[in-house]
Write a protein that binds this ligand. Structure first.
Ligand code: HSE
Length: 403
């Protein structure tokens, strides 16, 4: 028998309880043991819940119960969740988490603690929701030197952009729909400002390149400035606007990472990733390009990944499952300003002025554009080179084009 305690009975926590119950026979068959939900920690009361006998309000009940093998942390944030995760690991319990903020900010220390205690700290659900991506990257692709990992890492923003592109909804209407569907974070600014994607690219970069990268190192831009005009111009030249997180291995063992919206060519498989779906692609020196695709948010998809981790631990609770990386070294972080891109520019002015500043450009057009509005794609250049040329224009929007 393996005993599980869930911390937080929100969207993900309640989904984990549901999957453990719904698939209990299968889980027992696959692990050779019964996996029992023993406790659920939440400050709220759930008198009508089918799990009502499991609820406790005091974490020390779980911490001090020697029968608890696995603690599932779905509280979110990096305060209470950090305290409970640290205490659970110190008490010799393995921890499974969907909490990307905690892993991105304290992952190195928590992994060190897990090593010290000989227990596992697993967080497959923290990136890509239900997509199996962390384990394949670290196990199945372990024979590769990876040069880049990139992806659509936030379901809420992908849902918003898709609804703007397909249904012509405003940003606010599409955000409301995403919140109603339970995709958004409690504070949606973490989604729309790109912080959630930033935390996920930090975790991917740490696993792929072996060193902790903190979210404050990663330049991050969300989608709040994207308008229907930008969506239309992108569409006119065969591109979709997508929020991407990217991490690249640079010369000298340096790593570069950033989060920003991009124009992605319709021919790139990432352009076909719509609604709440996420996709993560990686490039390895043996495998070439691989892509992982699936539901990046939502109750049961995320619970699916959490339960996969629980099963991994339950098969043999005495053997620590690896997730490991080295401490952060800020001198090994390369600013993304060295990267070159073609750029999409929307401005108020004349094409003649744009040509005078940029030379060769690709003009874009859309129906219903106001007089004086221009849009174009530039040749390839760095951000600094772009900014120098933009000084001649009244710029409204600037977006990278993914090569
Ligand atoms: N708010 C997140 C998203 C949830 O929309 O992707 C999954 O991490």
């Amino acid at each position: 028998m393996v005993n599980v305690a869930i911390l937080g009975f929100g969207t993900v926590g309640s989904g984990v309880a549901e999957v453990l119950t719904m698939n209990s026979a299968l889980i027992e068959q696959r692990t050779g043991k019964a996996v029992r939900l023993k406790y659920i920690l939440d400050v709220r009361d759930f008198p009508d819940s089918p799990y009502k006998d499991c609820f406790v309000k005091d974490f020390s009940v779980i911490e001090s119960d020697p029968e608890v093998d696995v603690v599932v942390e779905t509280i979110g944030g990096a305060t209470v969740a950090l305290d409970f995760t640290t205490r659970a690991l110190k008490a010799g319990k393995s921890v499974v988490s969907s909490n990307k903020e905690l892993v991105a900010t304290h992952g190195y220390d928590l992994l060190q603690l897990a090593v010290e205690k000989g227990v596992s700290y697993l967080f497959e659900a923290s990136v890509g929701g239900g997509i199996p991506v962390l384990r394949p990257l670290t196990n199945c692709l372990a024979g590769n030197e990876l040069s880049e990992v990139r992806g659509i890492l936030n379901g809420t923003t992908n849902y918003i952009l898709t609804r703007m592109i397909r249904a012509g909804l405003s940003f606010e209407q599409a955000l409301k729909e995403a919140q109603d569907n339970g995709y958004a974070e409690r504070d949606p600014s973490a989604d729309i400002e790109g912080h959630d994607a930033c935390r996920k690219i930090c975790i991917l970069a740490a696993l792929c390149f072996g060193r902790h990268i903190y979210p404050d190192q990663v330049p991050t831009q969300g989608i709040t400035a994207i308008t229907l005009a930008d969506v239309d111009y992108a569409n006119s030249c065969g591109y979709k606007i997508k929020l991407l997180g990217r991490a690249l291995r640079m010369e000298g063992g340096k790593v570069c990472a950033y989060v920003a919206p991009h124009l992605v060519s319709s021919e790139n498989p990432l352009a076909g990733v719509e609604d709440v779906f996420n996709a993560i692609s990686a490039t390895g020196n043996a495998v070439g390009d691989v892509m992982f695709y699936g539901r990046g948010a939502g109750k049961l998809p995320t619970a699916s990944a959490v339960v996969g981790d629980i099963i991994d631990i339950a098969k043999d609770v005495t053997t620590r499952k690896r997730n490991e990386w080295a401490a952060c070294d800020r001198s090994l972080f390369q600013s993304p300003e060295v990267l070159t891109f073609r750029w999409y520019v929307r401005a108020v002015g004349s094409m003649d002025a744009a040509r005078a500043a940029f030379g060769e450009i690709m003009p874009l057009a859309r129906g219903g554009a106001p007089a004086q509005e221009i849009a174009f794609l530039t040749e390839s250049m760095t951000l600094a080179q772009l900014n120098e040329k933009l000084a001649a224009l009244d710029v409204q929007s600037v977006i990278r084009v993914l090569a």
